[in-house]
Design a protein around this ligand. Structure first.
Ligand SMILES: *Cc1c(COP(=O)(O)O)cnc(C)c1O
Length: 218
């Protein structure tokens, strides 16, 4: 299990200053999360409400949990009870639901708006145009939700040019978003397979699972 801290320090040595690392611990046991924590990691990413709800109470209170999976509205309460930031806000409806639920329990929550640029239909998120439109229309009315930036994924392909084009679109949309909402300057893009390119194209937050924790057992 020393493996986790070794991999973490290897990655940290390569990441430029100012880029935040979210360790994606989904499908990995709490022991692995604990090893990363002991190696100094504080930001963790989970993609399922039930798993988040099981792990969060088992970890120290200074962990910041990033929810990165698709949000089902019937699981929203559970997610908001534990997550500090929801990175995967993929519709106006969800944004409004989050704000209402955060208001109900009187808690402030940060979110990223998820943009869809990848070729796969299965990936979720708003088109760049839709995302900026939602930000413009909804932001003034939010009372308990802070839009902090954008999250996106590149197409899952070996075609480097396609990946590069996807990251450029995500970063450009993020820059526009930051012009609309003060402080919405987080650009969360890049995973195990493609994060160095994402960082070179403007990511200031990367989400890495496999390269830290090894392969997931589904
Ligand atoms: C699983 C996941 C990651 C991490 O992927 P790896 O390839 O294991 O680094 C990053 N972002 C999102 C949204 C994910 O669902």
């Amino acid at each position: 299990m020393q493996e986790v801290s070794r991999r973490l320090s290897e990655i940290r040595a390569l990441i430029p200053q100012g880029v935040k690392l979210v360790a994606v611990s989904k499908f990995h046991p709490v022991e692995a999360v604990r090893e990363a924590y002991d190696a100094g990691q504080r930001l963790f990413g989970e993609s399922r409400a039930d798993e988040l709800a099981a792990k969060a109470p088992a970890m120290p209170a200074d962990v910041r949990w990033h929810f990165i999976g698709h949000v089902q509205s019937n699981k929203l309460r559970r997610i908001i009870a534990h997550a500090h930031i929801i990175q995967s806000v993929d519709s106006e409806r969800l944004l409004r639901l989050i704000d209402a639920e955060a208001a109900r329990i009187d808690r402030e929550i940060d979110v990223l708006l998820q943009v869809h640029v990848a070729a796969e239909e299965t990936k979720t998120g708003m088109t760049p145009h839709e995302l900026l439109d939602v930000a413009r229309r909804c932001a003034p009315a939010l009372t308990h939700t802070r839009i902090k930036g954008i999250m996106g994924m590149a197409t899952n392909t070996d075609d480097r040019e396609r990946i590069e084009a996807d990251f450029r679109t995500i970063a450009a949309t993020g820059a526009e978003l930051a012009g609309i909402i003060e402080g919405a300057d987080t650009v969360s893009m890049g995973m195990s397979s493609d994060w160095p390119m994402a960082v070179s194209l403007g990511a200031n937050m990367i989400r890495i699972g496999t390269d830290i924790f090894g392969m997931r057992q589904y």
